[in-house]
Write a protein that binds this ligand. Sequence first.
Ligand code: PMV
Length: 351
Amino acid sequence: METQFKLEGDFTLIDHLSTKWQAPSNIALVKYWGKYGMQLPANPSISFTLNACRTITTVTAKKGTHGFNISYDGTPKPEFAPKIEAYFKRIADYCPWIANYHFDIDTHNTFPHSSGIASSASSMAAMSVCMMDFESTLTGQEMDFHKASFLARLGSGSACRSLKGSAVVWGTHKEVDDSSQYFGVDKSDYLHPVFQDFQDTILLVDKGEKVVSSTVGHELMNGHAFAKARFEQAHENLSTLKKALQEGDLETFIKITESEALTLHAMMMTSHPYFILMKPKTLSIIEEIWAFRKETGIPVCFTLDAGANVHMLYPHENNEAVQGLINSKLAQYCQNGHYICDQVGTGAKKC
Ligand code: PMV
């Protein structure tokens, strides 16, 4: 399967290449936690693609000795270089032409750098779609979004869900046609209209560095006492969630989404060494969301990624009521009152 993405055909080197793409972040509903081999997921996952939280990347390539410069909004960032270097090494087998180019990469995020929102998904997706844009120019072939997703996965696992589509599945699942361990597949057609413009307000509880990186967290699933049951559960949850997304069944959506978030953190709390990424304010927000839902019947729920921030998910038609909840109760738990209003998006776009 991996050989499918090795560039076999001819390519013609061009002296100068230039492109600019933006790619969004994504939020998993069924979580990827645990991996093996070269960034292959221990269980399938599904995510909503976001819209406002994006990375915008410009790459120019000059024919010559391989190398690169990396900057953030025009400021050189040598500290980003090891990640990019590792990425180029991993993709070299699949994109042999990169050996003939020196790249100038400039990137920036639409969300604050220190928001605690991982930028690896959007940045690796943006970088990969730029590389595939070049490859399409050099080969005369159409842009291959599956290969862009494949390359993004090699940079950062969940990045492969940030290329194309409003809902993306990554990892093989018996009820998901064309699902693959190697790249994300666009499953926008699963989304009932209520989910097509679903809202995600990210409540920024803690903007600091994570105490345990997701790389270490994934590793701790090897030999984890509950790993086998967890991986099986993810398959079942994806089946149930698929149906709920198709039918617009908000009750089931909430049940699975919240349970997945808490299970992710339960895995962290029961690994060895164990760790906790939630903060007291994360729990306060969860309690407020539950109380609000009970009181009003409004179908608002939460999910968490590998951090303390809370993603609050709800239908577009409930915007006003939820904004009231944020102003009256939730903003006080956010660092400096900061939160980001986002919603389901469609994927990477050329600028
Ligand atoms: O892509 P990584 O290695 O940063 O892992 C991301 C893991 C979670 O965000 C916790 C879950 C997911 O599926 O995105």
